[in-house]
Design a protein around this ligand. Structure first.
Ligand SMILES: [Zn+2]
Length: 179
């Protein structure tokens, strides 16, 4: 490996899950454990995140109900989930209908016209990009993780280790479609 490659790998380290995370199922739990930590004021606390990850993985804790999406949705009904604007709101499908996203409330958030058209029919991680991954609103990410869990469960791909075949497992593998 050249120095340049080594530096590049080091810089990408922040986006890569730990060794304990080997499958799509585990990655979804790992990302969800981050959300729980954020909601509990333990953002960036590795031990806390790891303990929640283990509980999710062992089935001692469930994803649903932990982050109260629907209540948050009600409290934010009059603003765009992405930018906070109260203008030109409409319901946006987190996983676009055109890409097989379900037409149910758990796949919807309020978004302004500008954010809606910027997102278009992109996957949420592709739209934000890995660099801005931490800026994805927690409610969107919470809903997204449950949606992709259900999708991969139905597809039988929860135990896959590299769906997009780019040689590593990261959030880009979670997408129900690949751009
Ligand atoms: Zn907006």
């Amino acid at each position: 490996m050249t120095d340049e490659e080594s530096t590049k790998q080091h810089n990408q380290g922040a986006f890569e899950p730990p060794h304990a995370v080997k499958t799509v199922r585990e990655l979804i739990f790992w990302e969800y454990a981050h959300l729980i930590a954020k909601a509990a004021g333990f953002e960036g606390n590795y031990r806390f995140i790891m303990s929640r990850f283990q509980r999710l993985r062992q089935g001692k804790m469930k994803m649903s109900g932990l982050v109260r999406d629907d209540r948050m949705m009600l409290s934010c009904e009059r603003c765009c989930i992405y930018c906070g604007s109260a203008e030109n709101l409409s319901l946006d499908h987190i996983i676009p209908l055109s890409k097989g996203g379900p037409d149910i409330i758990s796949n919807q958030v309020y978004a302004c016209r500008s954010c809606n058209s910027s997102k278009g029919d992109k996957d949420i991680f592709y739209w934000f990009g890995l660099e801005r991954k931490e800026e994805i609103p927690p409610m969107v990410l919470s809903k997204y993780l449950k949606l992709v869990f259900d999708f991969h469960e139905a597809q039988g791909t929860l135990d896959k280790t590299d769906i997009n075949m780019d040689g590593k497992l990261d959030v880009m593998d979670l997408s129900v479609f690949h751009q």
